[in-house]
Design a protein around this ligand. Structure first.
Ligand SMILES: O=C(O)[C@H]1O[C@H](OP(=O)(O)OP(=O)(O)OC[C@H]2O[C@@H](n3ccc(=O)[nH]c3=O)[C@H](O)[C@@H]2O)[C@H](O)[C@@H](O)[C@H]1O
Length: 431
């Protein structure tokens, strides 16, 4: 008979005594049974762990799938449709920052002439995202699909290049604004440097490599005093972190051109304005404040000199962007390796006739038929430069770029759009 101890205590393999007469078989049986029980338990635990892990990964995948606003068969179909080319010799363009001011206009113009366009935008809240959503809706009505995602998302970029063999990338996604760089410096590093590198990495690895056209800025001329600004002028004295990140972007772009054979064109935009514009810019916020009867702050330079900008109308900028895409020759790399020299170009896209900020305000007053409450203050040291003025002869020669809209005409179109979009008091009661 087994002792109580034997009954209660679990048998321990390797410790049973095989010389116990009469109980030998039973012990052997018990031992065998307990080993197989353990084995079954072990199997059960392994199965449990495996099913837990695969459930977790299912949840993860599911979460990723549902949380991300991209991916899936339907999404890929939308991307492909949007990228479809409808003219002979047309291009398929990935437009980053497509729900932004310039991005929307360029996407529409490309789509209208029969090129394939896929937009990408992260819809951040630097300014009212509802304006970006409205631009997206307009693009959607014209057959342009805008993917919601960030240029820092390597997987998304790889997926997009996997789904479409883009011939061109129009890179307009950026953290814009000169003065905001003092409030949120990291957002400039995130978008204008890290984001640019992530995008160029994707372009360099794509097969075929696309030609890249991207938005630099007139701000790279910084504190230069020689006017008008030419592309060959020095760009080593930026006045703001914004300008510094755009300057860094130009150097980064050059590196990718040099190492990987990417065809790259950088466009130095000069204070772009127009319908569907950016609410953070002076002409836009002045309009809002003037209509609401609020004062506007006008900065003044050294020795009470008025600040001046080479304000450039959006339609002219769009022509410059499309001219750049049309004339950009192919990238030469494949499999991430350079196979020959590729073009690296930089162009000023300005208007060539600077206007002072007080004159800008007077034009707005005329179009709005409301007098502004002007509050004139000395320019704070916040990154502004006193003036900008573009020499555009290089762009004229190479791209056929020829701006045709003066500030008076352009602001008239802007005000017309503004009033139709926001109404006369921008949603605020009139006093
Ligand atoms: O060309 C560029 O590369 C940049 O252009 C634009 O920068 P800026 O030329 O500084 O335009 P914007 O802010 O409209 O100020 C216009 C004028 O109004 C003055 N200004 C501004 C605000 C204010 O309250 N008062 C004022 O006097 C101000 O001092 C300035 O003199 C883009 O924003 C920028 O993203 C970049 O693309």
């Amino acid at each position: 008979m087994p002792s109580i101890q034997d009954e209660l205590l679990p048998s321990t393999p390797g410790k049973f005594k095989i010389d116990h007469r009469g109980s030998h078989h039973r012990q052997l049986h018990r031992c065998f049974a307990s080993t197989s029980t353990m084995f079954l338990w072990a199997l059960f635990l392994i199965a449990l762990t495996a099913s837990y892990l695969s459930f977790q990964s299912f949840i993860d995948t599911g979460n990723r799938y549902f949380a991300a606003s991209w991916g899936g068969i339907q999404w890929e179909r939308q991307v492909r449709n949007s990228a479809q080319i409808h003219r002979s010799g047309g291009m398929s363009v990935l437009v980053t920052g497509a729900a932004g001011f310039v991005g929307t206009h360029v996407s529409l113009a490309l789509k209208k002439r029969g090129d394939g366009v896929v937009g990408l935008d992260n819809f951040n809240s630097y300014y009212d995202p509802s304006l970006k959503k409205a631009r997206k809706a307009m693009l959607q009505d014209h057959g342009v699909f805008v993917v919601e995602g960030d240029i820092n998302d390597t997987r998304l970029l790889a997926k997009l290049f996997d789904v479409v063999a883009f011939t061109h990338v129009m890179h307009l996604a950026a953290q814009a604004g000169v003065r905001y760089a003092m409030e949120n410096p990291n957002s400039y590093v995130h978008s204008n440097i890290a984001g640019l590198v992530t995008l160029l990495e994707a372009c360099k690895s794509a097969d075929p490599q696309p030609a890249v056209v991207w938005a630099s800025s007139s701000s790279v001329y910084g504190l230069n005093e020689k006017v008008p600004f030419s592309e060959s002028d020095r760009t080593d004295q930026p006045a703001s972190l914004y300008a510094a990140t755009k300057k860094a972007g130009e150097e980064i772009a050059h590196t990718y051109n040099h190492i990987y054979g990417l065809s790259i064109t950088g466009l130095r935009f000069f204070t772009v304005y127009g319908p569907w514009g950016r609410p953070d810019m002076a002409y836009f916020s002045f309009t809002r404040n003037i209509l609401q009867g609020k004062p506007i702050t006008i900065y003044r330079g050294k020795n009470r000199a008025d600040l001046a900008r080479d304000f450039t109308y959006i339609d002219d900028i769009v022509k410059g962007c499309i001219g750049s895409l049309d004339t950009s020759r192919k990238s030469t790399g494949s499999g991430g390796k350079k196979r020959g020299p590729a073009p690296y170009r930089i162009f000023n896209l300005g208007n060539t006739s600077p206007v002072t900020v007080p004159t800008l305000v007077s034009i707005l007053e005329r179009h709005l038929k409301v007098k502004a409450k002007r509050n004139i203050v000395d320019m704070p040291g916040n990154g502004d430069v006193p003036f900008t003025h573009a020499n555009i002869s290089h762009a004229r020669r190479e791209l056929g770029y020829k701006p045709t809209t003066d500030l008076q005409t352009g602001l008239k179109k802007f005000v017309k759009w503004y009033l139709s979009y926001y109404g006369y008091n921008h949603g605020k009661p009139v006093n």
